[in-house]
Design a protein around this ligand. Structure first.
Ligand SMILES: O=C1O[C@H](COP(=O)(O)O)[C@@H](O)[C@H](O)[C@H]1O
Length: 289
């Protein structure tokens, strides 16, 4: 099935089954949205080509948000491999003015900021130090709190910053995907995947260390105006195929991402895309999304 979205971009949408095996009907509904809604799957020769395109996409959405008269451009960051990609590519964007950016975290590990596992700590040292984002425009967790209170505190910070008691709507969320299909700190088969009320949830039994984390919930992810997955490396090929094309396995968290009104991009490199049979965009060198 082909859909037209946003200008002249042809979007190829997989209709393959999801292999949903959960008895909860909301899983299959969400998973169906995930495979049926418009999305752009874009494969780059390598992460070196992907990085600049990602940085340009972020800059263009920031310009669009701020140009529409909004007071800020809200961006949610994930950790893991995204830290080094963004830290290399965003400072290289010419004349990028981040004074009106509002930066939050899709998830965070409950460790002190100086701990090498702290996502904020890594971004602070590797990225924020090179950009003019005001410190008070970066929404962090308070790692001194117990995990439950930490999640509530972070949810309150989001409510205040977005001036809403409802679901905050980020202009853009950047997501990674673990080899098990997890996103944020939402892991396969975990009860947090069913969370509908909270915007931020605590988790104390993360299968990936460290065990204590806080995470945005799926309703927040799916409310964003633009969600961008970044997935690179051959180790991601099997899970990428399962998430994008379905199959007999369980519905993975990444397959539950289907922004209700926003854009969805999957930016991958060729090693990650190696097993895909669906149509993907393959932009030439220097192409902008
Ligand atoms: O633990 C985490 O892992 C995911 C995926 O990381 P990646 O290195 O495989 O890209 C990341 O998105 C998340 O923020 C992080 O807490």
């Amino acid at each position: 099935m082909r859909m037209r979205m946003g200008g002249d971009s042809t979007v190829h949408v997989s209709q393959s089954g999801t292999g949903a095996s959960s008895p909860d009907p909301t899983w299959s509904t969400l998973a169906a949205q995930g495979t049926m809604s418009g999305r752009r799957v874009v494969a780059f020769v390598s992460a070196d080509e992907l990085g600049p395109a990602l940085a340009h996409l972020i800059a263009s959405r920031a310009e669009k948000a701020l140009g529409n008269g909004a007071g800020s451009f809200s961006l949610g960051l994930s950790g893991g491999s995204l830290v080094s990609i963004l830290s290399k590519e965003l400072p290289a964007v010419p004349n990028l003015d981040c004074k009106r950016w509002l930066v939050g975290f899709c998830d965070e590990r409950l460790v002190p900021f100086h701990d090498p596992e702290s996502t904020y700590g890594l971004y602070k040292n590797q990225l924020f130090s090179k950009m003019n984002i005001p410190d008070d425009r970066v929404l962090t967790i308070d790692p001194s709190l117990p995990v439950q209170e930490c999640a509530e505190d972070y949810a309150n910070k989001l409510s205040k910053a977005f001036d809403t008691q409802q679901t905050p709507v980020f202009d853009m969320l950047l997501l990674g995907m673990g080899p098990d299909g997890h996103i944020c700190s939402l892991f396969p088969d975990h009860p947090l995947l069913q969370e509908k009320q909270k915007t931020v949830a605590p988790i104390s039994d993360s299968p990936k260390p460290p065990p204590q984390r806080v995470t945005l919930t799926l309703p927040v992810v799916n409310a964003a105006r633009c969600v961008v997955f970044v997935s690179t490396g051959g180790s991601k090929a099997p899970v990428l195929k399962q998430v994008l094309e379905g199959g007999d396995g369980p519905v993975l968290p990444a397959a539950l991402v289907a922004p209700t009104q926003g854009e969805l991009f999957w930016l991958v490199d060729e090693p990650a895309a190696a097993s895909l049979t669906l149509d993907v965009e393959r932009p030439g060198p220097g192409a902008k999304l």
